[in-house]
Every structure is written in C-alpha cells, then in structure tokens.
Design a protein. Structure first.
Length: 270
C-alpha cells in the first residue's frame, strides 16, 4: 500500500530510515552549500546548486534566517549565521574523540615543540577537529573547522589509504588535481594511488610540500573499536627549514605513534 503524503506532515518513507522529512532535508542541503570557498550565495545560486524550486528555496532560506542559521547581507547575498557556529562548537565540544585526544595532543605538542592536528575525512577533504599551533609555522590560516584537500595532506592521504577502490573513487569524484596545491602534490589519480599504496604498506603518511611550499608533516591513524578503519588521524606539521624527511620518519614519527596508540586505547575503552 502506497504511503500517503500530506502537506501538513511533509514526511516521506525512505529506504534505510523510517521517515524522511523533506523540508528538513532541503534545509540541510542549503546549509551544506557553504564552506571555506563558498561563504555567500544569491538565492538563484542556491536554487541552481540544489535543484530546489525558487518558491521553496525562498521559504527554506527564510526559515533558516529566522532561526539564525543564515543571514542576509545588504546586497541580498545569503551566508551562514551565528547559530551554525554554535552548533559546530557544541558538536566539537561533545565529540568523544576530541575530548579524549585533548590531553595526549597537548603533551605531544609540548614534547615536540611543533604544530599538532587531529582530523577526519569528509568527502575529498580532511576536516580539522583539533589544532595546537606552533606560532613559528608558516602555513595557511588553518583552524578548528577548516578543511583542506585530502589528496594533498598527510592526514587526508592516510585516511584515503584505508578506503576501498569504490570508496576512493566516490570520495574523489569531485576533486580537481589541477587545483591549487604545493609543488610536490599528486597531479593525477594514478599518481595518488601509488602514494596511497606506500602509505598502506608503511602505516604512516608523509606530506612533503604538497599542501604548500615550505610545509611538511607526518601522520598516523587513530583507531576506535573498528581496528580495520581509522576513526581519525593525527599529524605533526613542521616547517621544511626546521625538519627534513628523515626527522619526520625518525624521532617525530616515534612520538606521534605513541600518542596515537594512547588515544586509540582511550577510544576503545569508552
């Protein structure tokens, strides 16, 4: 028997979950349009990118605007509001992996004297969940909540290395290897596959001026209850003038592995 959908409920049965609230789904689709490279959009652009009809998009945006999740500038552009930041901050504070990693990462940062990061894979990008920054590090203005292309970062490559071929293709389907990157970045999917194969074999990932000139890092996985798939990755990021690759493969790798092992044990014990 076919389910009856009414305007009052706006609820649709969906495979994989009991109910789907279409209006809510559309609102989330709109919020997902915004990231570091897309900070504001016109209503027409929102319609074009989501496929939502103009009248519906107008109502969705108005509802989100009323709740503080979107705001409108003087020229009519729409951008994320303060309420989105509050949600993101609450999510980070409540994340068990962020909470359990805080002290081990702080100790690692103090012991190494370098910048330390915790990240997870989101599509073709790595999302920074924690960052303890050495003020001497010359790099982009990365902070908690920032994302970078996974194909160019040590944490991103490490997490990509644990994906199946189908998952890898899905994650990188929108990645442009011609986009801005450092001098040693992978220039094609085949090039990246070779690097990921090496990472899987050695169990850690190096980034040698792939994100930007003058920046290197080493990353290792953090495992939770699933011992076959990392829950996250951590890295130590350094200036190339301070550390060569042998240093990353040696003393710094030893320190970061101890920290990852500790965080993994904490995650498995919760």
């Amino acid at each position: 028997m076919k389910a009856e959908i009414t305007p009052e409920t706006d609820v649709v049965p969906k495979t994989g979950s009991r109910y789907r609230i279409e209006a809510l789904a559309k609102g989330l689709d709109v919020l997902r349009l915004f990231d570091e490279s897309t900070t504001s959009l016109k209503l027409r652009e929102i319609c074009d990118r989501t496929g939502i009809p103009m009248p519906t998009a107008f109502r969705v945006v108005a509802t989100l605007e009323e709740g503080g999740y979107l705001e409108r500038s003087s020229d009519g552009s729409i951008r994320p509001g303060i309420a989105v930041l509050q949600l993101g901050s609450a999510a980070l504070r409540g994340s068990s992996i962020v909470q359990l990693s805080e002290q081990p990462l702080r100790h690692l940062a103090e012991e190494s004297g370098e910048t330390v990061n915790l990240g997870v894979l989101v599509g073709d990008r790595v999302l920074y969940l924690a960052r303890l920054r050495n003020s001497d590090l010359v790099t982009a203005n990365i902070q908690v909540g920032s994302t970078l292309p996974a194909a160019y970062t040590s944490m991103g490559k490490l997490l990509l290395a644990y994906l199946s071929e189908a998952e890898l293709m899905s994650a990188l389907q929108g990645h442009d290897f011609a986009s801005h990157a450092g001098p040693n970045a992978a220039t094609s999917l085949d090039d990246l596959r070779e690097r990921l194969s090496t990472i899987r074999d050695q169990g850690y990932s190096l980034q040698d001026q792939e994100v930007a000139a003058g920046l290197r890092s080493v990353s290792v996985p953090v495992f939770g209850p699933d011992a076959a798939r990392p829950a996250a990755a951590i890295n130590i990021a350094v200036a190339s003038t301070r550390h060569d690759l042998d240093s990353l493969r040696g003393p710094l790798l030893e320190k970061i592995r101890k920290t990852a092992d500790l965080i993994s044990r904490l995650l498995r014990s919760t």
